[in-house]
Design a binder for this molecule. Sequence first.
Ligand SMILES: [Zn+2]
Length: 208
Amino acid sequence: MMAKLSFTENQKSVLKLSRKEGHRSWGHIRLNLIKAKIKDHHLIRQNESCCYCNRNIGGEFRMVLDIEHILPKSRFVTHMFTQRNLSISCKRCNMNIKKDDISFLEHPLAQLPNRIFRSRYYKFIHPNLDNYDSHLLMYHFQRGRTHRIIKYEIQNNSAKGKFNYEYFKLDRLERNSFDEAQGATPRIEIKDPKISNLFSELKSNFNQ
Ligand SMILES: [Zn+2]
């Protein structure tokens, strides 16, 4: 269960005002402290990983993780500060892939029920309503000091795991990680059989 994030009375009125003003007020300076609070809360909850690709902020990625609105604030302004609608994601997943898209919803906007925070309405792994690992398991294996190889494995044929993998183009992350570990410029196929074998061994050890 999710620990509840609490706000002071003063902060609550700031939230109310911002919702009223619309999603463009998200960048307003008066929200800075509130956003810091939200961000800390979700960073801890998610082990400092992106809620969609599961990559960690550390290591070679040095990603900038930011507050993510699962239902985009531009379309769901009432849920701009709803805790269940907030998470932390990397810029690749949020700004380059998901943006304001809502094709991950099971129903068209007009047919959406009022109680939208149910796992079954989301085709991908919902950061707050689903357990990521039971749909999609990420393995990573580090080679030397800096090279980290990533591999995702869909669990029990999970439709959410599969959708998440495709929607966020996680195959590209896998390929790039293999390429980087080989010290090559990005390429599609895995060239170094040594790395490939090491990874398979590691994976089978995990599965025992
Ligand atoms: Zn990500």
